[in-house]
Structure formats: structure tokens, C-alpha cells
Design a protein around this ligand. Structure first.
Ligand code: SF4
Length: 348
């Protein structure tokens, strides 16, 4: 077994609370991520899925070292990321790159594509103008665009093409890890599949690893080797992609799966019914600050027990290398890592 490329251990990230009602009051700190642990092997894709506000993007930003965690560690190969001072070393910037959801905002509108892709080539490899042009053209072709596009501005491309340019720029530094933050969420469905297929192909060609952050479990499943599910600041389940989607161990994972729309008019009503059975709150989504103790899903879970309000569950590992954090596996029904379907569906 190879050593993990990225190791996140017991990561907690908080943001200072805003002003209170009176000038001398402050809101409590916001618990954005609590005790998250995750690893990615070289060349592997790990999907980090959860709703908006679950903390998944915050983890990605900590890996990029845009923010400093309150506690825990992040290591990437030889880099102790949480040990960096104010300045992030240039070799780390080269090793980890990012593609954001909105290529319009992330590509400088006043620069031609050749300069956008050429900039990291100059910074990290010191290439002269002619070497930059050659390499930027190669990268454009690698992402399915053409060499003559080097002379064009971002506004001259479609959304999918702009995302290809963003990927080409990210690959220019020959990174070991690419953080893909909702990279296809702004695209229509057919363009989404083209970009996902491209990412798959590029990974095979370059061996780069992906941290694929998205809210859509169907998209995440399509590209990921393993998936980590986040709910309200906590990673509640992680495991091999197909297994997690076919045999969920955590009630929230089950709910996310039941929330994926199905085009089949026979299957969809069954999914909607399943979703109603699985939640007491009726809605997906968490509001307010994440609880410091207890399971963050307790207010919505149809299986909730007294212990769920008092203690956040310890990780329960299961045979395929995944783990789940839910008291159903250790208390009460004692599922002990077996899929949720081993439980009778709750009634009432
Ligand atoms: Fe539901 Fe309790 Fe499991 Fe949380 S720990 S998902 S509340 S059963």
C-alpha cells in the first residue's frame, strides 16, 4: 500500500463570531469544521460531499492554506501544512492547485488565455516567452481546446470551455493534488459530463490526485474512488464510493441518496416517500451554529436516541476500510458497521 499523499487529522476550524445586539456583545465563534480526518492517496479521487454550509469548502480552503485551522494537522507529502508560517512556500503552491466553481470570476478578464496559463509557468518554472507559449498551447490541447485559443480572452468562451482553461492553468504547475471546488455545479448536465470525463482522462495521464468538493452526490459518485460525507461541520461517513452509495451506514448519507432526483417516474415516488421516512424535520439542510456536543443530525434523524444529543459518536470502522459516526452502530440496534437497510424503517 502506498503512503497517503494528503493526510488531514482531527481538523477543527472556527471563525470569529460577528457583533452581538449590543456593542459590547459578540456572537459565539462559528464551528465550521470539527474533528475532521481524511486522507487521499497519490492519483486518487476523494469526493467531499455535503450541503452548502456543511464545512466541505472550508476543508478545501485549509488544504490550500487560505485559512489556518484552530487545531489538527494537514500534511501533504513532505509538507507540514498546518506548520507553515505566514508565507506559504512556493513548492507547496506548485504542488497543490485549485479549480473554482466560477471560471468567470477566477480567470482574469483582461488577460488573454496564453498569459493566464503562462503566468504559473513563469512563476514556478521561470520559462521564457517562447517556452511558455509552447507549453500553454500543449496544455490547451490536453484539455480539448486549440492552440489558436491562446490569443483569445475568457469572455470569448462558453462556461465549459472556461472551466477547461481553468483546469489547464491548474495543471501548468504539474501539481500532485488538485482541489476541485464545485467545478461543474455552474454547468449544464451535458457539459458537466464532458468536464468530468476530461478530469478522469487527465488523472490517468498525469497521476494527479483530486479532492472533489460538491453538493451533488450523483456527480461525486461518478468521479470519486472514495467519498466523505459532511453534515454541519462533521464528516459523518466515508468509504469506497460505490459501497457508500449502495449500502449507506449513516442516516444522513441515506437521506442524501434519497434526495437525488430519479428520472424514472416509477422510482421517484418511492424515493420521495423514503425521504419523508428518514427525516423528522422534513427538510434537508442544517441551520445555526453546529453543536459542539452530540450528533449534528439529531434534530432531523428519525432514529435519534437520547445519547445522540449528548455525545458525538466515535468513528466505527467497517471491513472495506470506511468508517461511520453514528450511535446506531454502537448503541441501541448495534449495527456494528452493517448497512442501514439491516434496520427496520422507522414508523410514525
Ligand atoms: Fe441519528 Fe443518532 Fe446516528 Fe445521529 S448518531 S445519525 S441522531 S442515530
Amino acid at each position: 500500500m502506498s503512503e497517503p499523499l494528503l493526510e488531514i487529522d482531527d481538523l477543527t476550524i472556527t471563525f470569529p463570531g460577528g457583533k452581538g445586539q449590543w456593542p459590547w456583545q459578540r456572537q459565539p465563534d462559528v464551528r465550521a469544521v470539527q474533528q475532521a480526518s481524511l486522507s487521499i492517496d497519490p492519483g486518487e479521487t476523494v469526493g467531499l460531499v455535503g450541503e452548502s454550509g456543511s464545512g466541505k469548502t472550508t476543508i478545501g480552503r485549509a488544504v490550500l492554506r487560505f485559512i489556518q485551522p484552530a487545531s489538527g494537522t494537514i500534511r501533504l507529502g513532505e509538507f507540514d501544512v498546518t506548520g507553515f508560517g505566514r508565507t506559504v512556500p512556493s513548492p507547496y503552491r506548485r504542488a497543490v492547485q485549485v479549480v473554482f466553481q466560477d471560471p468567470v470570476g477566477s480567470l482574469n478578464p483582461s488577460m488573454v488565455v496564453g498569459d493566464i496559463i503562462g503566468e504559473p509557468l513563469q512563476i514556478h518554472f521561470g520559462m521564457d516567452a517562447s517556452a511558455r507559449e509552447q507549453r500553454a498551447g500543449d496544455l490547451l490541447e490536453q484539455v480539448g481546446l486549440e492552440r489558436h485559443h491562446l490569443e483569445r480572452y475568457p469572455y470569448e468562451f462558453s462556461g465549459g470551455q472556461r472551466q477547461r482553461i481553468a483546469v489547464a492553468r491548474a495543471l501548468a504547475t504539474e501539481p500532485r493534488l488538485l482541489v476541485l471546488d464545485e467545478p461543474v455545479s455552474a454547468l449544464d448536465t451535458s457539459t458537466q459530463s464532458q468536464v468530468i470525463n476530461l478530469l478522469d482522462q487527465l488523472q490517468r495521464e498525469t497521476g494527479v490526485a483530486y479532492l472533489f468538493i460538491a453538493h451533488d452526490l450523483a456527480v461525486v459518485r461518478h468521479i470519486s474512488d472514495r467519498i466523505a460525507v459532511m453534515y454541519h461541520s462533521r464528516i459523518v461517513e466515508q468509504g469506497e464510493s460505490d459501497l457508500l452509495c449502495e449500502e449507506p451506514r449513516h442516516p444522513y448519507t441515506d437521506l442524501l441518496l434519497a434526495s437525488i432526483p430519479d428520472p424514472d417516474p416509477v422510482i421517484q415516488p418511492g424515493k420521495s416517500q423514503r425521504r419523508r421516512e428518514l427525516t423528522v424535520g422534513g427538510e434537508l439542510g442544517a441551520t445555526g451554529n453546529a453543536p459542539e456536543q452530540g450528533c449534528p443530525f439529531a434534530n432531523r434523524c428519525a432514529h435519534v436516541m437520547d445519547v445522540c444529543h449528548d455525545q458525538f459518536p466515535e468513528p466505527f470502522p467497517f471491513e472495506s476500510g470506511g468508517e461511520v459516526r453514528c450511535h446506531l452502530h454502537t448503541t441501541g440496534p448495534k449495527l456494528e458497521g452493517r448497512p442501514l437497510r439491516a434496520l427496520a424503517t422507522p414508523t410514525g
